[in-house]
Design a protein around this ligand. Structure first.
Ligand SMILES: Nc1ncnc2c1ncn2[C@@H]1O[C@H](COP(=O)(O)OP(=O)(O)OP(=O)(O)O)[C@@H](O)[C@H]1O
Ligand SMILES: [Mg+2]
Length: 330
């Protein structure tokens, strides 16, 4: 089982939309997939599940969510608990998100330095998210877990990245998202090294520690912007900068000549602004590329749906290929 996280510390870069659509496309391609909502905003869960169903899930005690799974550990009453996935179609299982997950932030921050003292609880808390995702994935028989996280460099995200074999950076064509791209590489390096150090000091434990490889697979260049409007020319200016900024961020050699994003080896895909397909998909609780006329995708929308299918299929195949390459290298 391999884990991939969509990560950019700036908001609105397209992490959640990409996690959702990639997850569904992996399933289309025959994989069993776990989607893990590790963002306390719980947007991925909202995309997958109706509000009524979410309300029912959040009303249960204990809650079958990521928070429910770590609550007893957080309160010092035990370890992570088994939590059931929410079925999202036959081959996709969702680890439901929870607004209360933010309560784990302080404990995670406090336990992080204590790993250096070989403290057992510190390792239990630091790896809690990783262990829940792995446990759900193993029981579901998933071969890929896609993790969605919030837009920050906080302790919850550090714990999520420790759970990640691979990272993809979604980038929207605006200043904030580009600054995020610039910051992500150095931050992952710091986290990877700090975890490798802590891991080497771990006491004997009754569970396996994640490697926390966080291998970067590349970036996905979006054309939508949460900054609203914007001239196509202005978007293109940001997109043109992505190849260089990615290389600087991840310490890859910079070529003498400028690189076109279309031929950039680190650009996994350029995604369109799918405009009205996106709200339609959210309403129908379906990925854009599976929308039917009955969901409102009539007339010209059907062409856009087919285009989206092709775009995400190409992207998913590229990601799978790179994961295999990275696997053989490792
Ligand atoms: N390719 C796209 N075409 C059209 N709209 C998009 C596209 N990708 C994302 N969006 C829209 O942009 C907004 C931000 O996307 P999304 O929620 O996926 O970003 P995010 O990085 O997860 O944000 P946050 O940092 O708040 O978690 C959403 O309204 C989403 O519907
Ligand atoms: Mg999000």
């Amino acid at each position: 089982m391999k884990t991939i996280t969509l990560f950019n510390n700036k908001g609105g870069a397209g992490k959640t939309s990409l996690a959702y659509h990639l997850g569904f496309m992996f399933a289309e391609l025959g994989h069993r997939v776990v989607l893990a909502d590790l963002d306390p905003q719980a947007n991925l869960s909202t995309m997958c599940v109706t509000d009524d169903r979410l309300e029912a899930i959040w009303g249960q005690d204990p809650r079958p969510t990521i928070f429910g799974a770590i609550d007893r550990l957080r309160r010092g009453l035990g370890d992570v608990d088994r939590v059931s996935h929410e079925s999202v179609g036959g081959s996709i299982g969702l680890v439901v998100g929870d607004l209360q997950l933010s309560e784990l932030e302080d404990d995670l921050s406090q336990q992080w330095p204590k790993c250096l003292d070989r403290d057992e609880r510190a390792f239990r808390v630091t790896t809690a998210l990783s262990r829940v995702v792995r446990d759900v994935s193993d029981r579901f028989g998933a071969d890929i877990a896609v993790l969605d996280v919030g837009p920050n460099f906080g302790a919850i995200n550090r714990a999520a990245l420790i759970a990640s074999d691979y990272v993809i950076v979604p980038v929207a064509p605006d200043l904030f998202s580009m600054q995020g791209l610039e910051n992500v590489g150095p931050r992952l390096k710091v986290w990877r090294e700090a975890w490798t150090d802590r891991r080497s000091r771990a006491p004997a434990l009754d569970f396996e520690l994640p490697k926390g490889e966080m291998a970067p697979l590349g970036y996905v260049a979006g054309r939508h912007s949460v900054m609203g409007g914007g001239a196509v020319k202005a978007f293109q200016r940001w997109i043109d900068r992505m190849p260089l900024v990615y290389r600087r961020s991840f310490g890859e050699p910079e070529p003498a000549e400028g690189i076109d994003v279309a031929s950039d080896e680190f650009c996994l895909a350029q995604l369109k602004d799918y405009r009205s397909l996106m709200p339609m998909a959210q309403e129908a609780k379906k990925p854009m590329f599976l929308l039917k006329p009955g969901d409102g995708a009539i007339g010209g929308h059907q062409g856009a749906v087919r285009q989206a299918y092709d775009d995400f299929k190409t992207l998913a195949l590229e990601v799978l290929e790179r994961m295999n390459v990275a696997q053989t290298r490792a």
